[in-house]
Design a protein around this ligand. Structure first.
Ligand code: GRF
Length: 197
């Protein structure tokens, strides 16, 4: 039996970070395998990408559940069905309840397109440009009840260039995201990094 850690990726759309994780997991000696992809949107492009690579893909809409908690319990049921060790949020556009984040504490990580704690939430690149900052970047962090607040695992920095728009900056940060996320998952799955309060 493989001793690789079993990982699910949660997405809502394009899934380019998911693809970076899937590709990294195919490299020799990578300590994790991507066993399933979940989306809260059935139309998420990344679901098709995952299926085309033979990876299980599932979706549930929160609107079909009476409460957020019911939706998350169904999601946890899927993740436990895949027997996952870790959960990677990659462009997953749903706020999670403290019940869910506590259940997966130390096991769930997220990528955020800013140098946290700066620019939590949405529209990070536009806000960074309008503030005139010289440096932007991305962070992989543990998921905790506070939005984009958990301890950082790795960060990558990107210089803001004169004339950058939110789109040009996002594109350069995304290149770093695709490098950073597989590296952070490697650290977690190999046991080199563990969650500390
Ligand atoms: C990424 O920029 C990620 O940092 C943010 O949402 C975007 C998702 O892109 N949380 P993709 O779906 O991985 O292509």
């Amino acid at each position: 039996m493989s001793d690789k850690k079993r990982v699910a990726v949660l997405i809502s759309g394009r899934g380019s970070n998911m693809t970076a994780l899937i590709d990294a997991a195919k490299t020799p000696n990578y300590p994790a395998e991507i066993v399933g992809v979940f989306s809260n949107r059935a139309a998420a492009q990344g679901l098709e990408t995952a299926r085309s690579q033979g990876i299980e893909a599932a979706s549930l809409a929160q609107s079909s559940f009476e409460s957020r908690l019911d939706f998350e319990n169904a999601l946890t049921g899927i993740l436990e069905g895949w027997a996952v060790d870790y959960v990677c949020l990659a462009g997953f556009m749903r706020i999670l309840t403290p019940e869910f984040t506590t259940h997966w504490l130390g096991k769930a990580i997220n990528i955020h397109p800013s140098l946290l704690p700066a620019y939590k939430g949405l529209d990070t690149h536009a806000r960074a440009i309008s503030d005139g900052v010289l440096e932007a970047g991305c962070t992989v962090h543990f998921v905790t009840p506070g939005l984009d607040e958990g301890p950082a695992i790795l960060q990558a920095r990107v210089a803001v260039q004169p004339g950058d728009t939110a789109e040009t900056l996002a594109a350069r940060v995304l290149v770093e995201e695709h490098r950073l996320y597989p590296e952070a998952l490697r650290l977690l799955a190999s046991g080199a990094v563990t969650y500390q309060d």
